[in-house]
Design a binder for this molecule. Structure first.
Ligand code: NAI
Ligand code: MG
Length: 489
């Protein structure tokens, strides 16, 4: 049975609208490469219209002038709607980008709702500083204002969840928003707009413009003089372009970019935990995770034993239709991305990597129509090779042996990225030392993907600029003002 493609429009100034020129593009499902949605394709003019609405809502509307408690109530209502529409949102995330349904139901949708609640609550509790100097009869204190119109440009790998990390703090701190979701996974951003409309968000406060980046809606958001800040998650190369474009109007920028994070297994690790955690660390979400532990460094004294267990565990993962609740690995987001991942498998073989398992597409029955790749493990990899240096963003693990903790730290740092990292050890000193010395935004000890929203999240080196989370998001989404009072003596 073929369903009619869903019609997806922009959401501008409180209304769902087509593109001004009527243009649309098809969103295909990686499950079978069939068209699942016909999506309004935003041009520069559509971006202008959305920025205009967000600008008016900021300059004249009620949102920035409300109390945080009033904003909190509306954002919580939107989170209620998101939760009440969980099954529908999860089904669309799965259909549009191939993420396993079990993951969407248990994590992506509830976390999206939670992210909105967290920042709404956080903003209500926010406080400012005072610097009293009674001996000089001077009182200085700070005020915080929202920054203005926020352009939120997001990728396809965790569509709704990554959108919420940007949109939630932007709204909670009183900004207005133009969200440009990724063209590969456009549907749930529009559903998110429906949830906010239903919750009673004032017009123009949240706008969603669909479409592409270069020479289109995305790029326009980064050059429009009416946009005050850009928060972007995606490729490092795109970050460079956006920063250059945003420089002309001196916009504030925050970037979450690529990664090639080292996952270090020490000989003293709890092996059951390490095997499970490092498998999850690369194969979760088909390896389409910026934080993935995509360089597995294993101490030589346990290398053979660990590798044997690792390969066996990779082979047990269930690759299949992501709509099946038992599926652990779904299809890759697009045929272009499938080609990119498969080209890295070839590169790895040319470079001399020992292919232990996988390295091929999965084409059994109906899966032949989709973009499925078997969990792939290359052993005996040299850290200087391309497969160990470049972000593959698929279910491909590279395993590099090492002898000492010093060597592991040096290898972890020998990469242009610095987004995350993991260390698997039962030695407290090793854990602290690795955490201290690896140049990276997050270091997990004996775990992966655990996130406290109060903590900083972001990358060093080519992995980004700025941090998200709690006070870090407050810093980015607000302007501080110093008020200096000379008191009478
Ligand atoms: P991308 O960086 O091209 O796209 C991300 C977003 O930026 C999309 O919404 C896109 O439309 C927009 N965009 C692209 N060019 C733009 C421009 N010039 N101005 C304004 N907006 C623009 O990433 P893409 O192509 O979706 O993914 C390719 C690679 O990026 C992946 O293979 C992976 O290596 C990396 N990636 C990293 C992610 C992370 O979370 N750090 C997430 C997704 C992708
Ligand atoms: Mg799609």
């Amino acid at each position: 049975m073929t369903e009619q493609p869903k019609q997806v429009q922009h959401f501008i100034d409180g209304a769902f609208v087509d593109s001004l020129d009527g243009a649309t593009f098809d969103s295909v499902s990686p499950i079978d490469n069939a068209v699942v949605a016909q999506v309004a394709e935003g041009s520069t003019a559509d971006a202008d219209r959305a920025v205009g609405a967000a600008r008016r809502a900021f300059d004249e509307g009620p949102w920035p002038r409300m109390s945080p408690a009033q904003r909190r109530a509306i954002i919580h209502r939107a989170a209620d709607v998101i939760e009440s529409r969980r099954d529908e949102l999860a089904a669309w995330e799965t259909r549009d980008m191939g993420k396993p349904i079990a993951e969407c139901l248990a994590k992506d949708v509830p976390r999206t709702a939670y992210n909105f609640r967290f920042f709404a609550d956080y903003a209500e509790q926010a406080h400012t500083e005072a610097f009293p100097k009674p001996w000089d009869r001077v009182l200085t204190y700070t005020l915080r204002d929202p920054v203005g119109v926020s352009a939120c440009i997001s990728p396809w790998n965790f569509p709704m969840m990554l959108e919420s990390w940007k949109v939630a703090p932007a709204l909670a701190f009183g900004n207005t928003v133009v969200l440009k979701p990724a063209e590969q996974s456009p549907v749930t951003a529009s559903l998110l707009a429906e949830c906010f409309a239903e919750a009673g968000l004032p017009e123009g406060v949240l706008n969603v413009v669909q479409g592409f980046g270069p020479d289109a809606a995305g790029e326009r958001l980064t050059t429009h003089p009416g946009v005050d800040l850009v928060t972007f998650t995606g490729e490092s190369a795109t970050g460079r372009i956006i920063m250059a474009n945003a420089a002309k109007t001196l916009k504030r920028v925050s970037f979450e970019l690529g990664g090639k994070s080292a996952s270090i297994v020490m000989a003293d690790a709890d092996m059951d935990l390490a095997v499970k955690g490092t498998i999850d660390g690369i194969f979760r979400n088909q390896g389409e995770v910026c934080l993935a532990g995509s360089r597995l460094l294993v101490q030589r004294s346990v290398y053979d034993e660990f590798l044997a267990r690792y390969v066996a565990a990779a082979e047990e993962l269930v690759v299949g239709d992501p709509r099946d609740p038992s599926t652990q690995i779904g299809p890759l987001v697009s045929t272009e991305h499938l080609d990119k991942v498969m080209s890295y498998v070839e590169i790895g073989q040319r470079e001399g990597g020992k292919l232990m398992t996988g390295g091929h597409r999965v084409t059994d029955g109906e899966l032949a129509k989709g973009n499925y790749v078997a969990p792939t493990v290359f052993a005996d990899v040299d850290n200087s090779w391309r497969i160990a240096q470049e972000e593959i963003f698929g279910p491909v693990q590279v395993v590099v042996p090492f002898d000492t903790v010093d060597e592991a730290i040096a290898l972890a740092n020998a990469n242009r990225y610095g987004l995350a990292g993991m260390v698997w050890t039962t030695n407290l000193n090793t854990a602290h030392r690795v955490a201290q010395e690896v140049r990276t935004g997050t270091m997990w000890v004996n775990c992966f993907f655990v996130r406290d929203l109060r903590a900083p999240f972001g990358g060093m080196k080519d992995s980004g600029i700025g941090r998200e989370g709690g006070a870090y998001s407050e810093e980015f989404f607000t302007e501080s003002k110093a008020v200096v009072i000379q008191l009478p003596s």
